[in-house]
Design a binder for this molecule. Structure first.
Ligand code: AHG
Length: 345
């Protein structure tokens, strides 16, 4: 009889093991990840019973971007903020659901090293139809001095300054994936023990992929370079004897998570109506750009690396193209070709 004796690391065990490799580390980042993991477990419980209880539906208010706020958004926002406020590692938070950042003004928080930005429930328009949704987070070392109250400069740092970034996908199973400069690791929630367990160590985004993810309905209002790339993908698709295939869930966490594992490209370009696109630089683009770059892929707004963009405001939007290295290079070729509109049909 074969005995399986593989050690399964929980999220806490793993972050502590990583911490032990740095003799001068204070454990604050591990603590912050533990706080996020705890909040994620609470959000997960509510997401899983969304169809059963009266938490489903609009909270009756709109967020700063004028979009409907769902009750679960509010729940997730409050729980993540609460976990970070009561931890010892975070000097303040900014959230996609809040107009402004919140600096935690107490003795412990003022001494904390990090600030955290998050989108508590991305893809929330999918809640009502049981499609995977997610939480996205981003961790920066604060720009202001320890001992002071965090201010806006802490939250308007370019993505390249991120110390860690991650997401939780509430899907067929619940996974927490986070990246530091050392690598990307994925943890699946084991409901029997209520712990995130290391299931996807050292994740790499395949250099070449076959999946292109984009909202095809906007085709006519995309820039010509994007149309050229879509035509390029169609030319390489099964109907033309190739292997490319199109997949679009409309829930970025799920779309990018799938592409990270299988290889692919996710695009949310600007349109003639909205040149900046839809996605938020600080809450959606930067954390995923960090994760995908650490995993070996690339992320751009079409002309610049996402991580180099200097944020001007907390809620600014950016076009996003992100994914497998080879597909991103093909995309950049199409974007940089000054050959006029693509020949279709
Ligand atoms: P929301 O949280 O309002 O549902 O937005 C989700 C985001 C992102 O997750 C997804 O990829 C994108 O919006 C989908 O937008 P389109 O419907 O315009 O394609």
């Amino acid at each position: 009889m074969t005995t399986i004796s593989r050690k399964v690391f929980t999220l806490d065990e793993f972050t502590i093991q990583q911490l032990r490799m740095f003799p001068h580390a204070t454990g604050e980042l591990s603590g912050l990840l533990r706080d996020i993991g705890l909040a994620a477990k609470r959000v997960n419980v509510e997401v899983n019973k969304a169809g059963l209880v009266d938490i489903l539906g609009d909270a009756g208010s709109t967020n700063v971007q004028g979009e409907d706020v769902k009750k679960l958004d509010v729940f997730a926002n409050n729980h993540i903020m609460g976990a970070l406020r009561h931890g010892i590692s975070c000097a303040g938070v900014a959230s996609e659901e809040m107009d402004s950042f919140i600096a935690f003004d107490d003795d412990v928080s003022r001494q904390s090293k990090y600030v955290c930005l998050f989108d508590p429930l991305d893809g929330s328009s999918n809640i009502d139809v049981n499609v995977s949704i997610g939480t996205i987070f981003s961790v920066y070392r604060r720009a202001t001095a320890k001992g002071t109250i965090a201010d806006e400069s802490d939250f308007l740092q370019p993505g390249v300054k991120q110390v860690a970034a991650g997401y939780i996908v509430y899907g067929s199973s619940t996974m927490l994936v986070y990246a530091t400069r050392r690598g990307v690791n994925g943890f699946t929630l084991d409901p029997s023990i209520g712990e995130f367990c290391l299931s996807h160590p050292d994740m790499k985004c395949p250099a070449s992929g076959q999946i292109y993810s984009i909202n095809y309905g906007n085709l006519n209002i995309y820039p010509d370079g994007v149309k050229r790339y879509i035509k390029h993908c169609e030319d390489k698709s099964a109907s033309n004897g190739g292997t490319y295939t199109q997949r679009y869930i409309g829930s970025m966490v799920a779309d990018v998570h799938r592409n990270l594992i299988k290889g692919g490209i996710f695009m949310y370009p600007g349109t003639t109506a909205r040149p900046e696109g839809k996605l938020r630089l600080q809450y959606e683009c930067n954390p995923f750009a960090f994760i995908i770059e650490v995993a070996g892929g690339k992320a751009t707004d079409g002309s610049q690396r996402i991580l180099d963009l200097i944020p001007r405001s907390l809620h600014q939007r950016s076009p996003l193209f992100i994914g497998s290295k080879t597909m991103m290079e093909e995309l950049l070729n199409c974007l940089n070709t000054n050959g006029g509109p693509p020949q279709r049909g």
